[in-house]
Write a protein that binds this ligand. Structure first.
Ligand code: AMP
Ligand code: MG
Length: 484
């Protein structure tokens, strides 16, 4: 199939976007380029890591097949409604078809102000751009549904955050950038036919199998809820804390987007919350499932006009989906954690084994990633290597025996079990302290650590002592910041 670029999103009509050219930058330079992703997207060879590519990925040049577009959306931010948000520093350039015919958005992040910028400068800083590149590519490699990073460049221009920092532009690729907030926007600022047009577009693009359902919009709500349940369960199984699950940051495709203040848990703590502005812990690790449900309720409200002519009926239908969400999530969570523990044919009765383990990890402040990796090691008695991580063995021993008993229900030889577990439990995560070191080096002009991490991330289930190493003892109370 040949390269095709066509921005189908604009067929929704001008309510949904603004046309804005990127603001040129003075001296663009390469940070990183994702050759493998470029190949998957059939991105033109002459526009990859070439002067032309640098022009495109910095916003200094536009191809005739690009239509720079700022998307309009609403958002509940920390629970409060912001009716007009929209892309304040991002521009959708085009949509392309990948080798296997899947449609992807290609978007610049940090390409200059738009009518949605409010008081922001429309720019992004080198640190957050690199961070998003590295974290999203690691997530993609372990199989989490996520936006990807195609390119990262510096602008040669300083921008002002707390201090003066180098500006950068990220080129982000996603199945789409349609969010719960896009539906809220259509519902608040448009008519019922705008909401319908958006729902039909989302069904055609992300859930084509629903088009023939008797109640396609109710089915859409259910499908998005299921996608979110699976995504959040996947995050939870990796110790990932998104950090800013506002409705404008939650996609209807079920992909992770917006790697602002996110971070990974080191020693396990269900209350982990890294974002400096999240003082109440609204988006803490353990709140992610109920917050996803809260966000889905906002989606349901926006879809009500399509669910039934009678509002009470529409609400009743939406409630059937919302009420099912906790069970959808528990099912997805059971699957994810059962895979981490090698439990065949998992049942609801396995949940206490998972919950009790997490309690032990939290009580003894055991590193989440290291624990599951050590549990996976080949040994005559499966899991024996994990014991060394515990200061008090008794709690682990009691749990360990229960786990061995459960494994005995579906006998498997230890070597085979270990092979399975090593494929389910990553060898390393993007450790917060390592990411900080990588950014520090990049700020000093050394991109070697960033490139080394990208390379290691391609095989996240292969042991790597350097990237797996625990943070130094004095690295605690890690704080993250939104990109702004
Ligand atoms: P976020 O928390 O990154 O999802 O951003 C929330 C809103 O603020 C979105 O509408 C962004 O487009 C906007 N925004 C974030 N950073 C900037 C910036 N530097 N300039 C303009 N708008 C921004
Ligand atoms: Mg956002």
């Amino acid at each position: 199939m040949a390269f095709t670029a066509e921005l189908t999103y604009r067929s929704l009509g001008p309510l949904f976007y603004q046309t804005v050219a990127p603001t040129p930058v003075s001296e663009p330079a390469w940070l990183l380029f994702n050759e493998a992703l470029a190949a998957e997207l059939q991105w033109p060879e002459e526009a990859r890591q070439t002067p032309l590519g640098l022009g495109y990925f910095s916003g200094n040049q536009l191809a005739p097949w690009m239509q720079p577009t700022a998307l309009a959306y609403t958002g509940h931010q920390f629970g409060s409604l912001a009716p007009r948000l929209g892309d304040g520093r991002a521009l959708l350039l085009t949509e392309v078809l990948s080798q296997n015919g899947q449609r992807f958005d290609v978007q610049l992040k940090g390409a200059g102000p738009t009518p949605f910028s409010r008081r922001g400068d429309g720019r992004a800083a080198l640190g957050p751009v690199l961070r998003e590149y590295l974290l999203s590519e690691w997530m993609a490699a372990v199989g989490v549904r996520t936006s990807r990073a195609l390119a990262a460049v510096t602008t040669g221009e300083a921008i002002y955050r707390d201090t003066q920092v180098p500006g950068a532009v990220l080129t982000r690729v996603a199945a789409s950038h349609i969010r719960i907030g896009t539906f809220q926007y259509a519902s608040i600022h448009g008519t019922a036919s705008d909401v319908k047009a958006l729902a039909d577009y989302v069904i055609a693009r992300h859930y084509p199998q629903l088009a023939t359902e008797a109640e396609p919009y109710l089915a859409l709500l259910r499908a998005i809820a299921a996608a979110q349940a699976d995504l959040i369960a996947h995050w939870m199984s990796l110790g990932f804390v998104h950090g800013v699950m506002n409705t404008d940051n939650m996609t209807v495709s079920g992909e992770t987007i917006d790697y602002g203040p996110c971070a990974f848990i080191d020693s396990f703590n269900p209350n982990a919350c890294f974002s400096s502005i999240d003082t109440q812990g609204r988006y803490a690790y353990r709140n992610q499932p109920p917050i996803a449900q809260w966000n889905l309720a906002r989606l349901a409200e926006s879809l009500l006009v399509l669910l039934d002519a009678d509002e009470q009926q529409a609400i009743a239908k939406a409630m059937t989906v919302l009420n099912d969400f906790p069970a959808m999530y528990q099912t997805a969570r059971l699957q994810r954690f059962a895979a981490k523990l090698g439990l065949q044919s998992p049942l609801e009765s396995d949940l206490p084994l998972i919950d009790d383990l997490l309690n032990v990890l939290a009580e003894q402040q055991i590193d989440f990633t290291l624990f599951f990796r050590e549990l996976s090691r080949a040994a005559a008695t499966p899991g024996a290597a994990a014991r060394a991580l515990f200061a008090e063995d008794a709690a682990f021993d009691a749990w360990h025996q229960r786990w061995l008993n459960r494994l005995a229900a579906n006998p498997i030889n230890p070597a085979e079990l270990s092979q399975q577990l090593l494929q389910a439990n990553p060898a390393f995560i993007p450790r917060n302290y390592r990411i900080e070191q990588i950014i520090e080096s990049a700020l000093n002009g050394d991109l070697a650590p960033a490139k080394a991490f990208v390379k290691a991330s391609q095989t996240p289930f292969v042991d790597d002592e350097y990237w797996a190493a625990l943070p130094p003892a004095d690295f605690c109370d890690y704080r993250t910041f939104c990109g702004t």
